[in-house]
Structures are given as structure tokens and as C-alpha cells.
Design a protein around this ligand. Sequence first.
Ligand code: ATP
Ligand code: MG
Length: 296
Amino acid sequence: MSLQITHAIRRFGAVEAISDVSLSVAPGERVALLGHNGAGKTTLMKMILGLTHVDGGSISVFGAAPGTSAARAACSYLPENVAFHRALTGREQLRLLARLRGAGRKQADDLLERVDLSDAADRRIGTYSKGMRQRLGLAQALLGQPRLAVLDEPTSGLDPISRGEFYNLVNELADGGTAVLLSSHALTELEARTDRIAILLKGKLVANAPLAELRSQARLPIRLRVAARPENTEEVAGRLGGIRVNGQSVEISCLQGEKLGHLGRIAALETMIEDVEITPPSLEDLYRHYSGRNPT
Ligand SMILES: Nc1ncnc2c1ncn2[C@@H]1O[C@H](COP(=O)(O)OP(=O)(O)OP(=O)(O)O)[C@@H](O)[C@H]1O
Ligand SMILES: [Mg+2]
């Protein structure tokens, strides 16, 4: 395992910000860490990086303790609020860090291009927009082929195109064997882009599985929306026993195991129907389900 967290605890006074959390990330795996504001995502990340101590349990980064030089050499980090020296240019900042991490100037310049900062690379960071600073932070976190990348809300402040490009970079990193742990509040963008979802609720891990597994565990309903021909709507609704919506459509909620049976009945209506739309529970529905539970 690249990262192994075992029964980790972190207290702030009487508050347990991280409560008995066990989580691991394998090489090449992309894990999304979700949770409400204050759930403990940033705290857990800081524990992994050795920026805050661990009160109980243990964390191993490639077999080393967080914050040791071996662990630090393997990790990169994009903090929640990335800050730079305003007077440096983007290129100076990145080349400086490249030197520290033992990466070449060329990689720094290539990365500036990958995050679409080539044109602004020789301007002072003080003149950058929020999204540009965030992209510079990303480039910084990708320097020197980290073996574990810890990214705290990496896409916050990015426009939709930049978000897409960011996930392409994450995929490349993971394909090269880097373990990626990232936190986000933008749920829809994570659906096809992470291998596993971990959900923190008040410091406790309430879910930790691939999306498909969370879907089947949660047993949330699937929605089937059947568009009927106008003259048949009444009959279709009657035969399928669904709810009428928008005049011409009939909606049915069912569990995964019942879906094919319903589809068979719908298909038997032949020319009475125009279309069927199947909507599985979204990550947002799953998130609500898991984060609405009481932590045990
Ligand atoms: N240095 C600190 N001193 C006291 N309490 C802290 C400290 N750092 C974090 N906390 C508390 O720990 C809890 C978890 O905070 P954390 O920043 O990890 O949440 P988060 O999941 O990253 O939230 P967000 O989505 O808002 O970034 C909160 O209750 C917070 O107030
Ligand atoms: Mg945070």
C-alpha cells in the first residue's frame, strides 16, 4: 500500500476531529474523500503529511511515518488555500520548487503548459486570477513524479474546462502508479473519475468503496421515466402503476433487482410508449444517504 491509515485519531481539545479512521490507498488508485464542511478532510490530509500530529492509531506512507524525509520525498500536497510569493512569476515559482524536488526545468515548463499557464508564466503571481493560482498549485503538486499526491479541493475555483483537464492530469499520474487522494465538494465531476469514494461524517468514515459497490449497498431506488404517447398516457400509468409527471410521462421507482421486470412490462406496451429513461442514483443521492446516517 502507498498509504495505510489504521485507526487514526486526532483530537482538538474535547472534539475528536478524526475518530478511528482506517483507510488505505494503493499505487495507481484514485480515492475521493468527501464530507461536509468540518468533517475532517483537511485534518486527515495534514495528518498524512505530518503537518499535524496523530493522537492515536497509525499512518504509514510507503512504510515511513508521516513527516519523515522518506515520506516527504514520496508525497506532494496541494493545500486547501494555496499561497505563493506574489512577487515571483509562475515560472520562477515552479522552477524553484523543481530544484527542491530534484525535477528538471523542462518538467516545470512542460507542466506550466499542461495547466495552461504558458502565456502567464512570466507574469508575477500577484497578478494571477484565483483559478490561475489554483492551476499553478496543481502544477506544483504534480512536479517530480510524486508517489502519493494529496490534493485538498484541487478543482475549487476552476472553470469546467480546466476541471476536465485537471482530471486528465490525475489519470496520467495514476496510470504512472501514483496513489491519489483528493477531496472535493463537486460530486458530479467525481462520478467517472475516481476508483473509490470515502465519506467522512464528523470525523468518522461512514463509507469506503467503489461507486458501484456504494450503489448496491445503499439500495437507493432507480428511476424509470416512461414517455407515453399522449393518447395512451392514462392507460400506461394504469398498467405500470407509476406516478404521472409532466402530463405525458409516467415515473416508476424500483430497486436494481426489479429493474428488468419493469423494463419487460414497459416493452410489452409497444407502440403506446415513445421512450424510456433510466436514472440510477447519482453520487449526490449516495452522498446524502451515507452522510445522513448517524455515525456508529
Ligand atoms: N487547529 C485546529 N484547532 C482546533 N480545531 C480544529 C483545528 N483544525 C481543525 N479543527 C476542527 O476539526 C474539524 C475538522 O476540520 P477540517 O478542516 O479537517 O474539515 P474539512 O472536512 O476539511 O472541512 P471543509 O470542507 O470546510 O474544508 C472542525 O471541527 C474544525 O473546527
Ligand atoms: Mg478542508
